[in-house]
Ligand binder design. Structure first.
Ligand SMILES: [Zn+2]
Length: 536
């Protein structure tokens, strides 16, 4: 009896139910054990083996797995938490498939059993990537969920998307790409696949794949074929109704080497910007709503100043882009690392240039102007619609007008307008209402209407631009210099309109006027500029 029990246990832990036709496989097992399973199962008296064993794959217990991996228990647990290894609880014991351990030893991820067919999703993702070159090779060891996640990144990067969104809805899980600020549907898949897809994203982002109740943030660096550079993604996981939502912001590494050439600023504007960011002190303020590209401009300025002889410190919440050569301090990552504390620490490190992610309140505003008045160049952003409004906003927040006037050197306001698709746009006459509005905007914006080239173009729509007629975006900007006259107006309490008129009189071209200049050159449509100007 004792012998039979021992054999039964051995059979139950190392293999599943004996099924007809598998006798050849069984014969390959060590003698003495190979024959044990058949009689017990055939008798129908043995307890049913746990479900995971039913497919005939060999199971190991934890010490066997650890021995096979030649590692320590804490390391093993870490791999398990990170999703590098897959195990399952059988009762209170961990069990591991031998083939999963072997996959790990070969440098492959765990096999994830999918609850539905992932084939249609992979096809839907591969198809639109095809025109952009080779697709990513099949996921490590054929891990299809991992491949799906990689294809989502690949598709987003290939199409120049800024974000990839994966979120469950009532009819399935939707993959959407943000292109030029607008979300486009890319694929939809069976919600039963979602846990495996999210786990694959988490494994790539070095997040805890077993944590599904709390928000998590991670980062993915990935090399993509056909896109020579490394793609850097900031990924967030948010528990939501119907399943976790994945949002990945794509930061192409090559775009970190930002250049003012890409902005295509009017030469006098570029000269103005460079002159002020190269001055030894003062505040250079970038303004615009969320999505206006002001962070990109901010980093481009920082990149321009990034030289060994210049000490750069940034205070950010959070750090948006890692930059070599810049001491980047993330505020609020630690309870005692408040904004003033970070500023004091930054000042102690003897910086030449201080970048402050955003002015949010009186405290940060006053700290910025103080740092500027004590001999530092401060680059920062403020959430206002135009340049003149930013100066007024600083006063409203609680900075004394004469301090604003003394500390601030330049205010840059910007927006992004959609660029016409080069493959399909055609010359055309804008509608009369838009032309009339454009003339007014040119007149009040410092632009000579009569001297414009007026090569107006209209959107059409083709496959290259997903029938939108637009592809990519261009910056429109205005640069308000705080001249002695502007400073004097500020001190006596002038409003935004007065400051704007004064600045235009001194040679400023407004954002709207810059947009009309772009439309007249055929880069965008007048309708797009009028639309953007309406939000100014
Ligand atoms: Zn097109």
């Amino acid at each position: 009896m004792a012998g039979k029990k021992r054999k039964k246990r051995a059979g139950a832990t190392t293999r599943g139910l004996a099924t007809p036709g598998k006798s050849g496989k069984r014969a390959a097992r060590p003698p003495g054990k190979g024959t044990a399973a058949a009689p017990t199962t055939a008798a129908g008296k043995a307890p049913a083996p746990p479900a995971p064993e039913a497919d005939g794959r060999e199971l190991l217990d934890m010490s066997q797995a650890i021995a096979m991996l030649k590692t320590t228990r804490p390391t093993f647990y870490r791999w398990l938490r990170a999703g590098k290894l897959k195990g399952m609880k059988v009762g209170r014991q961990w069990r591991f498939y031998r083939e999963d351990i072997e996959r790990f030893l070969r440098g492959q991820g765990p096999r994830i059993d999918l609850a539905a067919d992932i084939g249609p999703l992979l096809r839907d993702l591969r198809e639109p990537i095809a025109p952009y070159g080779p697709t990513f090779p099949a996921g490590a060891g054929g891990d299809e969920a991992m491949e799906a996640a990689r294809l989502m990144i690949h598709l987003g990067a290939a199409m120049g998307a800024s974000d990839v969104h994966v979120a469950a809805q009532s009819d399935g899980v939707h993959v959407r790409l943000r292109l030029d600020g607008v979300l486009h549907a890319a694929a939809t898949y069976d919600a039963r696949l979602h846990p495996a897809v999210v786990a694959a994203w988490k494994a790539m982002a070095a997040c805890d794949i077993h944590e599904t109740e709390l928000p998590q943030d991670g980062r993915i660096l990935i090399e993509l074929p056909g896109i020579s550079d490394t793609v850097d993604l900031r990924v967030s996981f948010l528990p939501a109704y119907g399943g976790e939502a994945v949002t990945a912001r794509i930061l192409r590494r090559d775009e970190i080497h930002l250049s003012f050439d890409r902005f295509d600023l009017a030469p006098p504007d570029l000269e103005k910007l460079l002159r002020h960011i190269e001055s030894p002190n003062g505040v250079v303020l970038l303004t615009g709503p969320t999505g206006s590209g002001k962070t990109t401009t901010l980093y481009t300025c920082l990149g321009h100043l990034n030289r060994p002889e210049v000490k750069l410190v940034s205070i950010e919440d959070p750090v948006e882009l890692a930059m070599d050569g810049v001491v980047q301090v993330a505020v609020r990552q630690h309870p005692s690392r408040t904004f003033p504390a970070a500023c004091r620490a930054a000042l102690r490190s003897d910086p030449d240039v201080i970048m402050v992610g955003e002015i949010r309140d009186a405290e940060s505003a006053n700290l910025c102007v103080q740092m500027a008045l004590t001999g530092h160049l401060v680059l920062t952003t403020l959430h206002t619609s135009d340049a003149a409004g930013a100066l007024v906003r600083l006063v409203e927040i609680g900075v004394v007008p004469f301090v604003v006037a003394d500390a601030t050197r330049l205010v840059v306001a910007q927006r992004l307008v959609r660029r016409l698709c080069a493959a399909c746009s055609k010359p055309g006459t804008p509608d009369a209402g838009h032309l009339e509005e454009a003339q007014r905007l040119a007149r009040t914006g410092g632009l000579a209407w009569d001297s414009l080239a007026k090569r107006w173009h209209e959107p059409v729509g083709c496959t290259a631009c997903k029938s939108t007629g637009y592809r990519g975006r261009s910056l429109i900007a205005e640069m308000l210099e705080v001249t002695p006259e502007v400073g004097a107006a500020l001190r006596r309490g002038a409003g935004a309109a007065e400051l704007r008129t004064l600045a235009v009189g001194q040679g400023m071209t407004t954002m709207a006027a810059h947009g009309i200049l772009r439309a007249a050159a055929g880069e965008t449509s007048l309708a797009e500029v009028v639309r953007a100007a309406a939000s100014l």
